[in-house]
Design a protein around this ligand. Structure first.
Ligand SMILES: NC(=O)c1ccc[n+]([C@@H]2O[C@H](COP(=O)([O-])OP(=O)(O)OC[C@H]3O[C@@H](n4cnc5c(N)ncnc54)[C@H](O)[C@@H]3O)[C@@H](O)[C@H]2O)c1
Length: 254
């Protein structure tokens, strides 16, 4: 039974303009649903047109097709959203891809691609909306990290490098933008069950491994991450910036 957010109500999010990248599936899709349920005006960006259109018609959010690794196109779509909604109040830099790769086989082009998919756009999307947020004197930017780099996970060096960098980027951006009233925080998800994770990697053994490692003995789903995004997007987290918010059921305590 999907979480319906009727128990969560952040009045400060009502009417706010919220942009989510990678909102057509997984955690991003759940965040689209979560912010729509708060009465926010939600725009989301994704490379998957079919899923994007389906999520838009199910939620009423507006879908914008864009590959976030194409920085000129990303800037263009963010400018269009800004002018359609009179600005952006909350930006969630969620798009990413945790492709696995053998370290010995990584070539420069693949390396650049991993960083483009998981790091570059988080900076350039932030840069694109920062000016308008500064003019408004407020804004909340939410980056998506990952506990994989904290755990030193092998087989995904491009991904873990990008996600570790986001932690440093968050701290510097918080300093750069704080004086303008803009907060920058990072959600660091643990092992979250999404369709992609279930399809590609879930086995009964892996499931048990996560349960053994976690302090809490249930698997997390996208709604656990979306609820943190609502808090960080809302004025109720007004004192928080430059911080990592780990949502991992205690996994990194191991
Ligand atoms: N699921 C987890 O366990 C987990 C753990 C740690 C961190 N995260 C992070 O959370 C975020 C969301 O992950 P998820 O599990 O929901 O992934 P997902 O693959 O289920 O969804 C990612 C979405 O991003 C879109 N996307 C991918 N490449 C894109 C591109 N070039 N341009 C535009 N859109 C693109 C996809 O189409 C998809 O809709 C990512 O940043 C991921 O690194 C996830």
């Amino acid at each position: 039974m999907p979480f319906d957010y009727t128990s969560v109500q952040y009045r400060s999010l009502e009417g706010r303009s919220v942009v989510i990248t990678g909102g057509a599936s997984g955690i991003g899709e759940e965040m689209v649903r979560a912010f729509v349920a708060q009465g926010s005006r939600v725009s989301f960006i994704d490379i998957n047109r079919e899923l994007g259109e389906a999520v838009a018609s199910a939620t009423g959010a507006s879908f914008h097709f864009c590959d976030v690794t194409d920085i000129p196109a990303l800037r263009d779509v963010l400018a269009r959203i800004e002018s359609a909604h009179g600005g952006v109040n909350v930006l969630v830099n969620n798009a990413g891809k945790d492709d696995r790769h053998d370290m010995a086989e990584v070539e420069p082009e693949y390396w650049r691609r991993a960083l483009a998919l998981n790091l570059d756009h988080q900076f350039f999307a932030t840069q694109a909306v920062a000016k308008g947020m500064a003019k408004a004197g407020r804004g909340s930017i939410i980056m998506l990290g990952s506990i994989s780099w904290m755990r030193g996970r092998p087989g995904m060096i491009g991904y873990t490098t990008a996600k570790a960098a986001i932690s440093g980027m968050t701290r510097t951006l918080a300093r750069e933008l704080g004086p303008s009233g803009i907060r920058v925080n990072c959600i660091v998800p643990g092992a979250i069950l999404t369709e992609r994770q279930e399809k590609l990697w879930l086995t009964p053994e892996l499931n048990q491994q996560f349960l053994d490692l976690q302090a809490l003995k249930f698997r997390l789903d996208a709604s656990h991450v979306a609820k943190m995004a609502l808090f960080l997007g809302s004025d109720e987290s007004g004192g928080c910036t430059g911080a990592n918010f780990i949502v991992d059921a205690g996994l990194t305590q191991n």
